[in-house]
Write a protein that binds this ligand. Sequence first.
Ligand code: UDP
Ligand code: MG
Length: 173
Amino acid sequence: MTELTDNGKIEQTLVLIKPDGLVKSLTGNIIDKLSESELVIVGAKIVAVDKELAEDHYKELKDQKFFDDLIQYIMGAYHTRRVLALVYEGENAIKRVRHITGDTNPESANPTSLRGKYGRITTSGVFENVVHASSDPVDAKREIQLWFKPSELSKAIFETEEKEITKVETVWK
Ligand code: UDP
Ligand code: MG
């Protein structure tokens, strides 16, 4: 555990409870386990993931053979079209959350980690590992900015600017 508290840097990280995590009613378990990190939630929302968001989120993996299946998975084709997106903030947030989340492959993940406990590998080879967590500060910033607008977070964690945007939006009738 000492390595987890080595530099004391305040970071933010994106956590997604993936469609399998939601369908398996694991939201409470996952948030409960993450609360052991003593990090603070500064953003939370349910998202119906479209193809553009899915492909952008996983753009670094587009040459992998599992990419198409991964896009289907995160869009909810196998479970439900919902993802719970969360932003956690605090000391060494990225490493702390990755530690609780566990290895990418649920079969090699520590059995007490979220992925070790609740993940599985499908017959087509996709790692359904119930939760996403940013892997480094560059990814974390990119991912948080992809999933959240500044106004959707409880505080300004990155630099913002004022911009006039004209667009058609669905509003309450
Ligand atoms: N994934 C998969 N098979 C693999 C590697 C990754 O199905 O061999 C899926 C898995 O759901 C993983 C996601 O692709 O969480 C993103 O992969 P990455 O290598 O970024 O792992 P992570 O950062 O999520 O641990
Ligand atoms: Mg990753």
